[in-house]
Design a protein around this ligand. Structure first.
Ligand code: IMP
Length: 196
């Protein structure tokens, strides 16, 4: 079975990737021996995904898969976008990120709260091949959190496809419609068709 190192320290993402990307041995970058910080200074999800995958592939000489993702809210001009993980100013503080999102949407009625999650995945091989794919899932931002499942902005994101909040969805339900699942499926299809 081909080994792919996932260039992410986020265990929620790793689990989602392993559940979707079956048929490969999925290893976390820590388990593969990579522990450096990677500066994600790209301006798009694709640039950041490539930065991460190239860094890990270059260091380990193994195929590396990275995802860069975030939430884009139309009423906020697409924010938090590539800054989703550090919207509040600190990296990965989900509670503070969600509180700031609600604050910035104060007074915006339901019909103005449209949003989508976007994911770009990049797979970089030691021979220099690079394959990318992206996916989106649409919905709107609720007025208060619902449920405790998932991570990040999930408790505030009402999914149009599931007709419920991601915070109330089990992993299987979310994986059926998620931005990351769509991006990974598109990437797997490219690999299968030999477009990589
Ligand atoms: P990344 O690790 O740089 O890709 O940052 C992604 C950030 O976007 C996360 O820390 C979350 O805040 C947000 N995000 C991305 N995907 C999801 C998701 O599936 N659910 C909830 N939040 C997400």
């Amino acid at each position: 079975m081909d080994k792919i190192v996932v260039a992410s320290g986020n265990k929620h993402k790793l689990r989602e990737i392993a559940e979707i990307f079956k048929g490969y041995e999925i290893v976390s970058m820590q388990d593969a021996g990579f522990s450096q910080d990677i500066e994600e200074n790209g301006e798009t999800f694709e640039e950041n995904a490539l930065i991460k995958a190239r860094a890990v592939c270059g260091a380990l000489s193994l195929p590396a898969l990275a995802d860069d993702s975030g939430l884009c809210v139309a009423a906020l001009g697409g924010a938090p976008g590539v800054h989703s993980a550090r919207y509040c100013g600190r990296h990965g503080d989900d509670g503070a990120n969600n509180a700031l999102l609600l604050k910035n949407l104060e007074g915006v009625p339901e019909k103005g709260r449209g949003a989508y999650f976007e994911s770009c995945v990049a797979l970089v091989f030691p021979d220099g091949r690079e394959v990318t794919a992206s996916g989106r899932t649409y919905g709107r931002i609720l007025f208060a959190p619902e449920g405790e499942n998932g991570f990040g902005y999930d408790p505030l994101f009402y999914s149009d496809e599931l007709e419920k909040c991601f915070g109330m969805a089990c992993a299987e339900e979310k994986n059926a419609v998620s931005h990351r699942a769509k991006a990974l499926s598109a990437l797997a299809a490219k690999l299968k068709e030999g477009r990589a």
